[in-house]
Every structure is written in C-alpha cells, then in structure tokens.
Design a protein around this ligand. Structure first.
Ligand code: ZN
Length: 425
C-alpha cells in the first residue's frame, strides 16, 4: 500500500505553477499578437496571461523560456485518419491495408500516427473514420487519455457510414464477400441504427459519405455519385443531434452535397466543387467547411487517362470553391486528411495551400485553433491561450504571420500542462 502522504505530494507537485515566457504570443482568438507575455499554467489549465513586466515568478514555480519563440495554442487538425498510412500504389494502396494488415498491426502503426501529430504541434485531432479498423480509434483515444501512449486529444468517428455501392473495397469479383472501409446501411431504419450503434460504442462524431465515385462528364465537368437520400441522412442527423453530437459529411459537389446540406449536416468535408447555391446555404446555415486541399495533390493517376483527368480536375475546381467559401464568410476549419497521405509528410503543408488561395495567415491560424475548437464544442477550452483553457501550447521560431511555413517547425509542445517536446531549451 502507498503511504498516506503520497497523493498529497502528487497534488502539491501538480499544483506548482509553470511560468512560460513567450517572446511573441498569438493567442488563437484573432487579436493582435502580443510581445513579451507570461503564461501561467497550473495543473492542466492556463491560469492567467500577463505582460512580462507584471509577472512575478514565485519560488515554487518552474519556468519555460520561450522568449525567443512565437507561442500559439496547440493546433487542431479537424480531419485525420490515424489508421491509414497513405495510399502509395507501390505499397498496395488503400486496399492492402484492409486485406493484408491485421488490426494489431494497424493499431501499432496508429500509435505512431498519433505521436506524429503531437510532435508537429497538433494537440487535438478529429479522426474521421478508421477505414476498416473497426472501433480501433476508441481504443487509441483511451490509451492516450490513460497516459499509456503520447498523442493528441481525439474526437473519433469510428466506422463511418455509407450505403451499398458507396465505398471500397470494390471492383473485385462480384462473388467475393469483402470487408468495407465503412459501415454499410440502406434506408432510414438501417441508417438510424448504424448511427445509434456507433454512438453507443464511443463515437464523438458521426461521419457520413454523401458522395462516392467521381468522374468527368462529356463536357469535362466533375460529376460525383450521390449516396444517401435526404431522408436517410436526416435519420442519422436526428439521432446524433439528440445526444448533442455532430455529423460530418464527406461531399465533393452536386446532388450529394446538396442533400448533405438539406439533411442538416454540420460539416462538409472536402467540398471540392461548391456551386454558388451550396456556398450560400453553408453561410446561411452556419455549416463548417473542412476543405482538405493538400491531399488532392497526391497520387494522381497518369495524365490523359480518365482517372488522371479526374484527379487533375478535382484539384483544379477545389481552388475556386475555397475562394468562394472564403469570400462568403463560410466558417473554414483546418483539416489535412493525413492518413490519406503518409504520416511522415508535414501536416502544416495545408497552411500554405490555404494562404495561397487568399486566406490571411492569421485566419489560417484561427482555422486550426479557435474556429476548429468552436466546431468541436470546445470554445474557450481548446484553441486559445486564455485563462481557463487547457494548457495546450506550442511554439515555433520565427513569426508565422509573416512566414506561414514557420508552423511546419514546431519546437515546443505542451498538452494539458505536460511538456511533450522542447527544442528551445
Ligand atoms: Zn478523410
């Protein structure tokens, strides 16, 4: 048995404050950056933020000196897949991960994915589907929360939902019974039951595929196959909203995207091909837009082939869609779809894509901090460096407002008051 004193000592140690000196502080709210600040962290929360001249460091406090760095809230990636490892055809692409890799292997690699996220300053992720790895994301989240493996805070979507003909594995001999990368449901009754069952088993979000295959029509326009009807989606949305959770809809454009908006989805994922009516409806309804620009620049099929033309068209129509949404004031959240590309590649590449399309660096930072936090129902608790928020804090050298690529060089990561990495020592 532990001596009776031990818990008290632990509590005292936890209560000793940490004083973080910030050379420049971008607090995530969009306000002007502030020089020479001190962030007081006690336990897992931020207690106060003071001007350096006003801060008196008590004897029991420890000090983290980031006075040569820019300090920001921990970043949020609102679209990841920790159970996917890119889709390199040389490694068998998507299908091999479902057909040749057991759950233990995939879970082991997912522990590396979540560590990679944290190393890059992403202290929170919304992981949108395990792609055939069942409820593995619930287990990874649990292992992180239990302190067994390092990783970000996770909002998980478990299996994700599509309908018959709406998701891989596909294009095999029709006699074969194959695993699917999602839960398949048809009709409002099955759709409702799928949502209930995923929520029951630990989903924080429900992910629905509202479009599937895409191709070019005779006029060279991108067409996307719609999946669920509005009635089916409404059943899912009703169940999810009833327990105060949200629905993310993968939708490229056209009919499927319009049904997603009509059915009451909370966030549009990808939104490659947004027409004016869709943009107006998103702005009106307050739908979040998670564009995931970078991933559509990976693994293009050869030029001149139908698939190659489709891949190039997808990327080409994405840019004007993003610009339109930005102009219309649609709430844009940062998401990479990492896992769709390898976890060894930088997640911060998405910032450069967003700013290249006209988003101001400060707004790109907000999209990966306070705006995403609001979507996650965590306004004021995540995505800001403010009193009362979780002490999820990162630092970079240089000023990301002047050079957005600075965000790809995160040198300090604190999550919930615990330092994970500090290259500024
Ligand atoms: Zn995705």
């Amino acid at each position: 048995m532990l001596p009776a004193l031990a818990p008290c000592l632990l509590a005292a140690a936890a209560a000793a404050p940490v004083y973080i000196r910030a050379g420049l502080l971008i607090d995530g709210t969009g306000g002007p950056p502030r020089r020479d600040q001190v962030i007081v962290v006690r336990g897992e929360r931020i207690e106060s933020v003071l001007g350096a001249s006003a801060a008196v460091v008590p004897a029991e406090a420890s000090v983290v000196d980031l006075s040569r760095a820019t300090v920001l809230p921990g970043l949020i990636d609102a679209h990841t897949h920790v159970f996917l490892q890119g889709e390199d055809p040389a490694e068998g692409g998507y299908d091999a991960q479902l057909l040749r890799q057991g759950l233990a292997y995939r879970a082991a690699r997912a522990t590396v994915s979540v560590r990679r996220a944290l190393e890059q300053g992403f202290t929170t992720i919304r992981d949108l589907g395990t792609e055939g790895a069942g409820y593995g994301d619930v287990g990874i989240r649990q292992a992180i929360e239990g302190g067994y493996i390092p990783g970000p805070r996770m909002f998980v979507a478990t299996l994700a939902i599509s309908n018959t003909g709406g998701y891989p594995l596909e294009d095999y001999a029709p006699e074969l019974q194959l695993p699917k990368g999602v839960q398949i449901a048809d009709g409002p009754v099955e759709a409702r039951k799928a949502a209930r069952s995923q929520l029951d088993k630990g989903a924080d979000w429900i992910k629905v595929y509202m479009t599937h295959r895409s191709w070019l029509d005779a006029a060279g326009e991108l067409v996307s196959q719609p999946t669920f009807t509005v009635e089916e989606l409404r059943a899912i949305v009703e169940e999810t909203h009833a327990v105060r959770k949200k629905v993310a809809c993968h939708a490229y454009g056209g009919e499927g995207l319009h049904r997603a908006l009509e059915g009451g989805c909370d966030s549009i994922e990808h939104g490659l091909d947004l027409d004016d009516a869709a943009v107006a409806q998103m702005a009106r309804q307050g739908t979040w837009y998670c564009p995931t620009l970078s991933v559509y620049h990976y693994e293009w099929e050869p030029e001149g082939t139908p698939a190659g033309m489709r891949d190039r068209k997808r990327a080409a129509v994405h840019d004007p869609s993003f610009r339109k949404a930005l102009r219309a004031g649609v709430r844009i959240v940062f998401g990479t779809d990492v896992g769709g590309f390898p976890w060894s590649d930088p997640m911060a590449q998405e910032f450069a894509r967003m700013t290249a399309l006209g988003m101001r660096p400060g707004d790109a930072i907000r999209s990966a901090t306070s705006v995403s936090a609001e979507m996650l129902g965590m306004a004021g608790r995540l995505g800001v460096v403010s009193p009362g928020a979780f002490a999820d804090i990162v630092a970079v050298s240089g000023d990301p407002l002047a050079d957005i690529d600075a965000l790809s060089r995160v040198g300090f990561v604190m999550k919930g008051g615990a330092v994970f990495k500090n290259d500024f020592r």
